[in-house]
Each structure stands twice: as structure tokens, then as C-alpha cells.
Design a protein around this ligand. Structure first.
Ligand code: PGA
Length: 261
């Protein structure tokens, strides 16, 4: 995998937004897999600035959801569908018709999961999948010990993830759902390019395990090591526990300009 160490979150956002813009220039109807949480916000801000400046056209872009809470109605402000509508679709001027996501309010959740995997395949697969990382190493909501071959399915959140996410629910953990639908690790690995952004010291252990640890279900993000085109973008704080940080800096600085991330 390629590891890029950037000075701060804004620089990471700009680097990844430019990669997305280049993809859209090559393939205007690209299917962009997006993530929720605080980390990707600088990416969406940087991409929105490019759209407003006329540097990229998102009118044919398509958006795919990574995960969703189970049991929240779609119109709940913290359902990931609502969050993505606010943070991604509206700023980028992309309509809900171009949005693919699982139905977290479905009566038959298992069928909804299978339907979503099938929908992604029918859409031609995800071209670029953005990922955050949990403090426990999760990607999407694939918590530690998720099968590395897993498909979209229902998962139970760890207590740690519910604590981490309580800030979106007035700080009240009781309001954070226990269950989620998440693209499986096997599903995520089918995207053509995986781009994980991690910022802040709180992610340093998870980043070190992802990049320099063994491929192991106990750190779901380590599955990125199996992907032919995975890019991990980290700020200095999130990179602080990487033993090979100097090598990663050296390889990126000496990379041919045309290569991009
Ligand atoms: P965060 O969440 O970006 O809000 O830290 C990341 C995640 O849980 O995947």
C-alpha cells in the first residue's frame, strides 16, 4: 500500500479531493464510495471548492454509501443517508437519484444487505472508496474480528464505537443504535482504489497496526494490505507510531509526478 504523510487534515483533504477530481475528469460518471464521520469532511470541503471553481464537474458522478445504522428512519438527521445528503450530495450538487445505499429501516435487513451488494455490482462497482478508520481499526463498521471475506451484512457495534459516535447524538450513548449495515471487507476490497484518511493522535495505534502490523481480522483495516491499489493518507499525528515513516516520506517525494495517488 502507499502511505502518504501530510502536514495536516486540510492537506490530506486537498490531496484526496484532487485524486477524486482527476478520476471524474477521466470518468465523469465514476461511482464514488463515501464515508461518514469527522475525518472525511476536509475532503468534501476541498472537492466542493473545486466544483464551485469550475475545476471539476460532478453532474454525472454517482455516490455509494459505506454503512448505515439499523433502525433509524432514513429522514433521521443522524442516519448516514441524511448525513451524506447534507455533507456530500447537496454541496456537490449531486441528486438523490445518483445515490446508492442500503435501507437501514428495512424489515428484512438481511435481504436489504444482499440487495445492496447486488446493486453495487449492477452499477459496475465502486471506482474510488473513501475510508476512515475507527480507533479500534474498523473500516466501515467492520469491527475487530470481522471476516476479511465478509459481504454487506448486519453488525453489532462495539461499546468503543458507540462511545466514539455518541457525540453525534447529543453525547448520549443510549441514543446510538447497537446495530448497523456495513459493506463487508470483501465488498470494500472490490473497489478499484481504496483511499483511507486518518488524522489525529487518537488514530496512531490503529494506523500502525493497519500499515505495519500483520494482515489480521483483529485489525480490519489491515485488509488494505491485500488490495492492489490502496492509499493511506495520514497527518503527522496519526503517523507518529509508524516505524517506516521516513521511508514513506522518501518514496512519496521521489515519486514520478504523473503517477498521482
Ligand atoms: P471519525 O470516524 O472519522 O469520526 O473518526 C472514523 C470511523 O469510525 O470510521
Amino acid at each position: 500500500m502507499e502511505v502518504v504523510i501530510v502536514p495536516d487534515a486540510a492537506a490530506g483533504g486537498e490531496l484526496i479531493a484532487e485524486a477524486m477530481a482527476q478520476l471524474l475528469r477521466r470518468k465523469p460518471d465514476a461511482l464514488l464510495g463515501v464515508a461518514t464521520g469527522s475525518t472525511p469532511l476536509p475532503i468534501y470541503q476541498a472537492l466542493t471548492a473545486k466544483v464551485r471553481a469550475g475545476a471539476v464537474d460532478t453532474s454525472r458522478a454517482r455516490i455509494a454509501q459505506l454503512d448505515e445504522y439499523v433502525g433509524l428512519p432514513a429522514e433521521h438527521p443522524e442516519s448516514y443517508r441524511s448525513v451524506l445528503r447534507r455533507e456530500v450530495l447537496e454541496p456537490l450538487g449531486i441528486g438523490i437519484d445518483a445515490f446508492l445505499g442500503p435501507d437501514g429501516a428495512a424489515e428484512d435487513v438481511r435481504a436489504a444487505c444482499q440487495a445492496y451488494d447486488a446493486e453495487l455490482a449492477r452499477a459496475g462497482g465502486v471506482d474510488l472508496q473513501l475510508l476512515g478508520i475507527g480507533t479500534d481499526g474498523h473500516i466501515g463498521f467492520n469491527e475487530p474480528c470481522s471476516s476479511l471475506a465478509s459481504r454487506t451484512r448486519i453488525k453489532t457495534l462495539t461499546e468503543q464505537t458507540r462511545v466514539d459516535n455518541a457525540r453525534f447524538f447529543d453525547g448520549d450513548i443510549a441514543q446510538v443504535p447497537h446495530h448497523v449495515i456495513t459493506q463487508g471487507i470483501g465488498t470494500i476490497l472490490e473497489a478499484r482504489h481504496l483511499v483511507l484518511l486518518a488524522t489525529g493522535e487518537g488514530k496512531a495505534d490503529a494506523v500502525a497496526a493497519t500499515v505495519e502490523g500483520p494482515v489480521a481480522a483483529v485489525c480490519p483495516a489491515s485488509a488494505l494490505q491485500l488490495h492492489p491499489h490502496a492509499t493511506v493518507v495520514v497527518d503527522e499525528a496519526a503517523a507518529s507510531k509508524l516505524k517506516h515513516a521516513d521511508y514513506f516520506r522518501y518514496t512519496f517525494v521521489n515519486k514520478p509526478e504523473w503517477q498521482g495517488i
